[in-house]
Design a protein. Structure first.
Length: 320
């Protein structure tokens, strides 16, 4: 019996050692500091401004879908760029469905046939919020397809919110990470999968709010080339900062702490940084993080960059 117990302990220690080594490997991309490149989209008449950037590199250019907010309302807008730095606003592309408060937080994929899918968040006047789907032939003219991921029943971890979904494809499977609120408006991150992008199977909570945090949101996940996963999200104690987490399976996550902090006093992102989106360019080995920042009054979209070790480059992020 003692021999079996000893063998079990050794086995557990070996698994723990392998897990730690894999997490250490995936976290290698966090060793280089982000270099902030400044604002790329101003608030441009919106109050409080713009946020939730989602960027795809396509046909040598860059496409951004983002939210313009005139609280409590918001809609989804579109911009284009030849270099990912200087952007031209193209205007409104998806408005709030009738009877709802806002349409925000776009997540876009270009399918193999050249068509587009967009998942986005809408809130009703009962304060419940869900993830919706729209489709398009060109990324500009969208057809609303209704609810993609509904809230759960009372008592479930997503009984009030199932929003801020970020979707990518992995071996033919659509994978979604999203923010949820339970009955007590406590934040969680949840995970769902789909074979077609329309019908989703929920797999439960993958991350609870870290101890001491007063809020968290916008989980953005990439799968690294070595099969591990990296997540960026915003959260913190009072002030929103962009945090990083690591996983070997996309389900169990290890916290990595603050990855991008607020600016120094007087900078345009000194009151909060949030809504991270990371475009991984495997041709240059660079991560491009588009994020929203606040100066306490207005919200703008910013860019930061850093080099990523080749083992952690992902072909998924820049393929849509």
């Amino acid at each position: 019996m003692k021999a079996k117990a000893t063998a079990l302990i050794v086995c557990v220690l070996m698994v723990a050692t392998v897990f730690a080594a894999m997490v250490g490997n995936v976290s290698a991309d966090a060793t280089e500091e982000w270099a902030k490149q400044g604002m790329v989209l101003d608030y441009d008449g919106f109050n409080p401004g713009v946020q939730y950037p989602f960027v795809l590199k396509d046909n040598g250019g860059y496409k951004m879908w983002y939210s313009g907010l005139n609280l409590p309302h918001g809609n989804i807008y579109y911009a284009t760029s030849s270099d990912g730095v200087t952007w031209t606003e193209q205007g409104l592309v998806l408005s709030t469905p009738p009877g709802l408060v806002y349409a925000v937080a776009p997540s876009v994929l270009i399918e193999d046939d050249g068509t587009y899918k967009m998942w986005y968040s809408c809130q009703d006047y009962s304060w419940d919020a869900r993830t919706y789907l729209a489709t398009s032939n060109d990324g500009i003219n969208w057809v609303k397809q209704g609810i993609a991921v509904d809230i759960g029943p009372p008592g479930s971890p997503d009984s009030r919110y199932a929003v801020q979904a970020k979707v990518f494809r992995d071996d033919g499977v659509y994978k979604m990470y999203y923010k949820s609120y339970d009955d007590n408006s406590t934040s969680h991150f949840m995970y769902a999968t789909s074979t077609d992008g329309y019908s989703w199977t929920k797999h439960g909570v993958v991350m609870d709010m870290p101890a001491g945090f007063t809020g968290m949101g916008t989980p953005f996940v990439v799968k690294n080339q070595n099969g591990t996963y990296t997540m960026w999200y915003h959260g913190g104690i009072g002030v929103a900062r962009i945090n990083i987490a690591y996983s070997v399976d996309g389900l169990n996550w290890a916290q990595g702490g603050v990855d991008l902090d607020v600016g120094v006093a007087g900078e345009l992102d000194d009151a909060g940084v949030f809504c991270p989106f990371v475009l991984r360019d495997s041709s240059t080995g660079m991560d491009w993080m588009y994020y929203a920042g606040s100066d306490g009054s207005k919200r703008r979209i910013f860019l930061a960059t850093r080099f990523v070790e080749p083992i952690n480059q992902s072909p998924i992020a820049d393929a849509g």
